[in-house]
Unconditional design. Sequence first.
Lengths: 137, 172
Amino acid sequence: MTLIVKTVTRLTVGLILIYGIFIVLEGHIGPGGGFAGGVIIALSFIHLILAFGKEAVLKKLDQERALFFASLGGLAFLLFISFGLRQSHRSFGGSENFSLFSAGPIPFYEIASSVLVGAGLFAVFLVLILSSRGKEG
Amino acid sequence: MELHLLLLFMICASILALELKDLISSVIALSAVGLGLSLSFLILKAPNLAITQLVVEIICVIILIRATINKDLPLVKDGRWLFNTISTISFIACFLFFAYFALKELPLFGAPLMKVSSEYLAGALKDTGSENIVTAIKFGFRSFDSLAELAVFFTAVIGVLAITRKAARNDE
């Protein structure tokens, strides 16, 4: 891409990533949640690919590693949900309304599902872009 | 009033998305439908759903299509219009037939059944400690639902990876 796109991407992609993490972490307080936050996190990586080309991103996070993170998110969700079923919500850390650590296990569920959704969506995007570019060239 | 304007806008944009010949313009018209839907969710006081709708429908659709498709897709128009029309009409008739019996059993519009959900609403804030009641219900009372959703998503990802890997191997 051109220099303008690269510069703007370099400035904005960190903000997009931080906004995704914010959406994940405040899902039990305001609107948002694991799914939307995970999609935003994946979109920041997709933004990097569109601006800098796929080689720059594939060095950091290739398809196997994205799939590994998606599996990790799924296993973590399973683990948290089994803990959350055994324990009551009160005993899973702080559960006071409007305190710093509220809502018991729900933030952990959000984080695990955001990892699954973000890594999975990014893996799908990578596979699609690799297969479509591979046919042309 | 705003809702009706938005619905009119969405209908116009979806007709445009169907009729436009250029693929990119059609995708952008489709995402305008998504924007209208997201705004109407905001008007109907569902910000959780509005964020998800905005992210998925607009950004994902635009970026996925823009990044993965380079040329316009060929549009198949010829042949079999008789079969297509007959099958479409029969499907619509079948749907209307079953919907007539199914919709009679539904509660009236604006008067939902509150047997289970009133318990949820009463206990959500106190039992889970989450201020967002949607998240409290989704991850607190219905964690198994979320688990099954994530399982479906993971299965879809695995399926796409498997199919594209096989297609790439066949190309070589």
